[in-house]
Design a protein around this ligand. Structure first.
Ligand code: C5P
Length: 407
C-alpha cells in the first residue's frame, strides 16, 4: 500500500519511542522507503542501531556527524520526502516547531519540508492538556500539519488520561487514507471550514430532552470530504453515534443549542467559511428541572424559550471573504421557505433537503437536494448517497469561495 513512498520518520524523546520501531517495521513492510531522524533525547529511549537495522539506512540526528566537513542537508531531506511523520512528537518538539526553533536536524528538516507533515503527539496527560501545548498544536494545525490525536489510557507515569501516542497500525491507516486519495484535488488546502452537524438535545430534566431524528450523516460526510480536500475542519457535533477519523478534523462535541452557539461564535471568526448542517432545536425548556419530573396529573406544561439561531448569528458577523451555507428541511412551500431563510440568515447558499421520499432526509444514507444561491439560481441533484452529495456541495462551496475572494 505504501510501495515506493518516501517517508521521513522523526523520533523525539518520549517513552513512546519504542512504538516507533513497530511503526517503522510496518512502513517498511508496506514498501515505503523510510529515513529516520532522531533528536538526541529520542536516542535516550531507543537506539539508532535498532532503527537503522529496521529501515536499512543510517539514522540521522546531527548536522555534522562525521566531523570531516561534510554535513547532512535538511533541505535535500525535506525535498526528498513524500511525507514527514513525527512519531512520537514530544511537547518540547511541538513547541519548537510552532515557534520556528531549529536546533536539530529534525526541526530544520521540518522547516524546509515541502511535503505534508503528520504529527503524533505523545506525553503525559497534564503536559498534553496544558494550554501551551494545546496552543502549539492549534498553531501547527493552522499551518496545515495533520495532528494524529493521542489516545486515552494508562500512561508511562502510571496516570490515566489522554496522551498515549496513537497505535502504529492506526498511524499507518491514516497514511493510507492520505495516499489513497491522490485523485482528490487538495483544493481546500489552507482553508479552515467550520461545520455544525447532528441534532441538539435540550434538557427537560436529568433524564429527558427535546431532540430530533437527525443522524448527523450529511454533516459528517461533508466534514470528511472537506478534510480529504485538504481543509482544516472544525466539526461542531451534536449528540450523534458517528465517528470520524481524519487528522484534519477537529471535533467539538456539544449537546444543546446554546453550547453549539457558543462554540460557533468562538470558531467562525477563525474560519474561511461555515456550513450549518445541524438540525438545531428551535426551542428549549425555560428551566430544566433539577430532579426527574414526576407524573402528577393528566397534563404537563413545559414552558419553552427560543434558542439562538446560530446560522443567523453567523450571518450577522460574517466578514467579507467568508462563505456561509445553510440547510433547509421543509415540509411545505419548500423553495419559497428556503429562499426566505437564505435571505434572513444572510447565507451565500442554502441546501434544500427533500423529505418527499423515504430515501431522503433524516437517518438514511441517501438524500435529494437542491442548492439555491443569492441570485435565486437553483441546481437540482438527483437521489444520491450523502457522500456523493457532500462532494457536490463542496464543489459549489469552492466556486463561491473563489467568487467571494475576488469580490
Ligand atoms: O430556520 P431553520 O431551522 O429551518 O434553518 C435551517 C438552517 O439554519 C440550517 O442550516 C440550520 O443548521 C440552521 N439553524 C441554526 N440554528 C438554529 C436553527 C437553525 O444554525 N437555531
Amino acid at each position: 500500500m505504501l510501495q515506493g513512498k518516501k517517508i521521513i520518520l522523526g523520533i523525539t524523546g518520549s517513552i513512546a519511542a519504542y512504538k516507533a520501531a513497530f511503526l517503522l517495521r510496518l512502513l517498511v513492510k508496506e514498501g515505503a522507503e523510510v529515513q529516520v531522524l532522531m533528536t538526541s533525547a529520542g536516542k535516550e529511549f531507543i537506539t539508532p542501531v535498532t532503527l537503522s537495522a529496521l529501515s536499512g539506512r543510517p539514522v540521522l540526528g546531527d548536522f555534522f556527524e562525521n566531523r570531516d566537513g561534510t554535513w547532512h542537508s535538511h533541505v535535500d531531506l525535506g525535498l526528498w520526502a513524500d511525507v514527514m511523520l513525527i512519531a512520537p512528537a514530544s511537547a518540547n518538539t511541538l513547541a519548537k516547531m510552532a515557534h520556528g526553533i531549529c536546533d536539530n536536524l529534525l526541526l530544520t528538516t521540518y522547516l524546509s519540508a515541502k511535503c505534508p507533515v503528520f504529527i503524533a503527539p505523545a506525553m503525559d496527560l497534564d503536559m498534553f492538556a496544558h494550554p501551551s501545548t494545546q496552543k502549539n498544536i492549534e498553531i501547527l494545525k493552522s499551518w496545515g500539519c495533520q495532528v494524529i490525536e493521542p489516545g486515552t489510557g494508562v500512561l508511562a507515569s502510571g496516570l490515566h488520561g489522554k496522551g498515549r501516542m496513537e497505535e502504529p497500525e492506526a498511524i499507518v491507516q491514516q497514511l493510507h487514507t492520505f495516499f489513497n486519495s491522490p485523485d482528490k484535488k487538495k483544493s481546500l488546502t489552507g482553508k479552515r471550514i467550520m461545520i455544525t452537524a447532528g441534532p441538539t438535545h435540550e434538557a427537560i430534566d436529568p433524564v429527558r430532552f427535546i431532540g430530533n431524528y437527525s443522524s448527523g450523516k450529511m454533516g459528517f460526510a461533508i466534514a470528511e470530504e472537506l478534510a480529504l480536500r485538504g481543509a482544516m475542519v472544525d466539526l461542531i457535533a451534536g449528540p450523534v453515534q458517528m465517528s470520524i477519523n481524519h487528522p484534519n478534523v477537529n471535533r467539538h462535541n456539544v449537546v444543546s443549542a446554546s453550547e453549539m452557539y457558543q462554540k460557533a461564535c468562538e470558531l467562525f471568526p477563525l474560519a474561511d467559511g461555515a456550513i450549518m448542517a445541524a438540525a438545531v432545536s428551535d426551542f428549549s425548556p425555560v428551566k430544566a428541572a433539577s430532579q426527574k419530573i414526576k407524573r402528577t396529573g393528566d397534563n404537563l406544561t413545559i414552558e419553552l424559550k427560543a434558542n439562538p439561531d446560530i446560522a443567523k448569528s453567523m450571518g450577522e458577523i460574517k466578514k467579507k471573504g467568508q462563505v456561509l451555507a445553510g440547510f433547509a428541511l421543509e415540509t411545505e412551500n419548500e423553495e419559497a421557505n428556503a429562499r426566505a431563510k437564505l435571505k434572513s440568515k444572510n447565507l451565500d447558499f442554502i441546501v434544500l433537503n427533500s423529505l418527499a421520499s423515504p430515501d431522503a432526509g433524516f437517518m438514511v444514507d441517501t438524500n435529494r437536494i437542491t442548492i439555491i444561491n443569492r441570485e435565486n439560481k437553483k441546481i437540482e441533484f438527483p437521489l444520491k448517497s450523502k457522500k456523493e452529495l457532500a462532494s457536490d456541495i463542496l464543489d459549489y462551496l469552492e466556486l463561491i469561495l473563489v467568487d467571494s475572494l475576488n469580490a
